[in-house]
Design a protein around this ligand. Structure first.
Ligand code: PRX
Length: 628
């Protein structure tokens, strides 16, 4: 592994880099963690400065910048209005049909104020949870920013989730207001959103109001007193162009974001105004190396943590020009991205290994049609990037001159945890070393540090400002999931397996729990199996991840049928569609296989590990707990 040749950054990249040296600053940030973070926090605006940098009195519920008063909008918008950034482009958005909308920081502020006033007129108050279920259009951002501005808490649900999944999230958060659109465009087709919301609202006792943005022109059902068109509300005097930003405590909730775990229903991680702002802006500035003249494009969906931290909040706090799009990388042709990079002069591109592998298979002719020379830096996130995809990304897209920031992090961590800096010598497939302030390790089940290149559990040993404040409404689950295993040591369990090589570089292997990463999306086997069991043919099933050339992993299901059902191709298709209907298209299983038995431990737990080993012909490991 360590024989991999290092890739060294070009002179141009080094000259531009915000951080010129890693080791010394890393040492300082560990030995003087609170000073380091206080210095970062001082670069932001505060209504009132914090009293304490870190309150460790109630671990693992760490509190950062206690006593501080701020609002993420103060930093993401308000302060820019007082500087020349006021007239700089904040957002360049391109729709799937080629339409372009642009917003300066000044006009972004106006849009956000109007949206905020509309939410207020619907009775939304500080602390209320607003659900956002939107396509990738500017209004999705405006809705998020408007919530933050008035101190409401947004819960963005990815537009690919089903009505049942949306209703679960609405109900868990006790949300009364949902913001949606009639539909979105994807590969030339309309994805209906409002009709999904209508079904979810029927399943939700708390939902009262739905605001719908007209985007696709799809006909939708609207109910009097419950449903409002956004453009109608915008035309009313209530949507004034001025709105006060609410002064928030640093530890007040900013957003909830649902993510899958190994057991039970998805859980909502809570992020706050203070620590999160500091962490994502510092990481974004130092790693993505944003410069005033840059055009930055994170091609994720704003509905995931990558979008929250590194499309919306991090870049806006840093006063960047964000490129955003609606659609898919291969529609109308596989050069949509390359065309956009040339057209808008994108300097920094941040995406996922699945997208890279998907585009790589079309060959280089599509990239050669376009001038990609504006690119200076590339990024990757969501799953391990295989060296082959890394090299293609580096060579063909980055023209051998753009370093790849392979950023390892999670919904829970808020921002990058293990990541190169632009100056870091790179090894394809390694996320390299921890970001400043973070002590990480690879350890065995007892907490003993793994040897060089030995596989173990990846843990985080020290608190960081971007860390989730908890799981919404379920503090015990927060402790149980992340802090129980290494309770004695006080370490955070990431759920990933990793190795560390002799240069201190981390190599992420993948999840160790029952979480499956499909195209970088995070799904729990428990959720998939719960969806299966709602079909009358199913007695029991086990979902496992099998490696897939493009998606990283694919879902394979092993199912036991009720006696009165016979295995057939038709039934397999019906079950696959059933899971899609229950969860949404991202959870589409690759196959459903019918079996008579599932391997179980004596205590009745399905041994997914053994199932996977048998299917893939891998060593079966310790079978001492297997039921006869
Ligand atoms: O398994 C790791 C993988 O994605 C998980 C976190 O998923 P999620 O909360 O959805 O956040 C994704 C975007 C930050 C991690 O536990 N992962 C994320 N980034 C990488 C990665 N695996 C390998 N390399 C990465 N760069």
């Amino acid at each position: 592994m360590s024989d991999e040749k290092f890739f060294f950054p070009s002179k141009e990249v080094i000259e531009k880099a915000t951080v010129k040296e890693y080791d010394k600053l890393y040492k300082y940030s560990i030995e003087h963690r609170e000073d380091f973070w206080a210095e970062q926090a001082s670069q932001l605006s505060w209504y009132k400065k914090w009293d304490r940098v870190l309150d460790k009195s109630n671990p693992p519920f760490y509190k950062w910048f206690t006593g501080g008063k701020t609002n993420i909008i103060l930093n993401a918008i308000d302060r820019h209005l007082l500087s020349p950034l006021r007239n700089k482009l904040a957002i360049i958005w391109e729709g799937e049909r080629g339409e372009v909308r642009t917003f300066s920081y000044y006009s972004l502020n106006r849009e956000v104020c109007e949206f905020a006033n509309i939410l207020k007129s619907m009775g939304v108050e500080k602390g209320d949870v607003v659900t956002i279920y939107m396509p990738q259009i500017p209004e999705q951002l405006f809705a998020m920013l408007a919530c933050a501005k008035i101190g409401a808490v947004h819960s963005v649900v990815y537009g690919g989730f089903s009505s049942a999944a949306l209703a679960d999230r609405i109900n868990d958060a006790n949300s009364r207001v949902v913001v949606t659109a009639d539909g979105g465009f994807r590969r030339g087709k309309v994805v209906e959103l409002k009709s999904v919301v209508n079904k979810a609202m029927e399943l939700s006792p708390t939902m009262e109001i739905c605001i719908t943005v007209k985007h696709t022109g799809t006909e939708v059902y609207m109910e009097n007193g419950r449903d409002y068109w956004f453009h109608d509300l915008k035309a009313l005097p209530i949507a004034g162009q001025k709105c006060e930003t609410a002064e928030m405590d640093a530890n007040d909730m900013l957003f909830l974001l649902y993510t899958s775990g190994s057991t039970g229903k998805p859980k909502a991680l809570v992020h706050t105004h203070g620590g999160y702002s500091v962490y994502i802006s510092a990481t974004h500035k130092m790693v993505m190396d944003i410069k005033p003249e840059d055009r930055y494009w994170c091609a994720a969906d704003p509905g995931w943590i990558t979008g929250h931290s590194y499309i919306v909040y991090g870049p806006l706090i840093n006063g960047a020009t964000i490129v955003m799009y609606e659609g898919a990388p291969n529609h109308p042709y596989p050069d949509r991205w390359w065309r956009m990079i040339q057209k808008y002069g994108v300097n920094i591109l941040y995406t996922s290994p699945t997208a890279i592998r998907g585009l790589m298979r079309y060959g280089d002719s599509w990239t050669k049609k376009h001038d990609l020379s504006s690119l200076r830096l590339l990024g990757s996130v969501g799953e391990p990037i295989n060296p082959e995809a890394w090299r293609w990304y580096h060579h063909v897209i980055g023209q051998d001159k753009c370093p790849i920031m392979d950023t390892w992090w999670q919904t829970e961590t808020g921002g990058f945890m293990i990541t190169p800096l632009p100056i870091t010598p790179l090894k394809p497939g390694s996320a390299t070393r921890p970001f400043f302030g973070n002590e990480m390790a690879v350890v065995d089940d007892n907490g003993k540090e793994a040897g060089i290149c030995e596989e173990g559990n990846l843990v985080i040993k020290s608190p960081w400002p971007g860390m989730a404040a908890g799981i919404y409404g379920d503090p015990d689950r927060f402790v149980e999931t992340y802090w129980k295993k290494y309770e004695k040591q006080g370490w955070y369990l990431t759920g990933d397996a990793a190795k560390k090589d002799e240069d201190g570089y981390y190599w992420i292997i993948g999840r160790t729990d029952d979480v499956i990463k499909v195209s970088g999306y995070r799904l729990g086997t428990a959720e998939i199996e719960s969806a299966m069991i709602t079909h009358p043919a199913i007695v029991e099933s086990a979902a496992i991840a099998i490696p897939h050339a493009i998606k990283g992993n694919a879902i394979h299901i092993y199912a036991i049928l009720r006696n009165d059902y016979k295995p057939s191709h038709e039934l397999e298709m019906e079950l696959i569609n059933h899971v899609v209907h229950q969860m949404g298209p991202i959870a589409r299983p690759e196959e459903v296989k019918f079996v008579d038995l599932l391997p179980k431990t004596r205590s009745g737990k399905i041994m997914r590990r053994l199932l996977k080993a048998r299917i893939m012909g891998l060593p079966e490991g310790d079978l001492s707990t297997l039921e006869e």
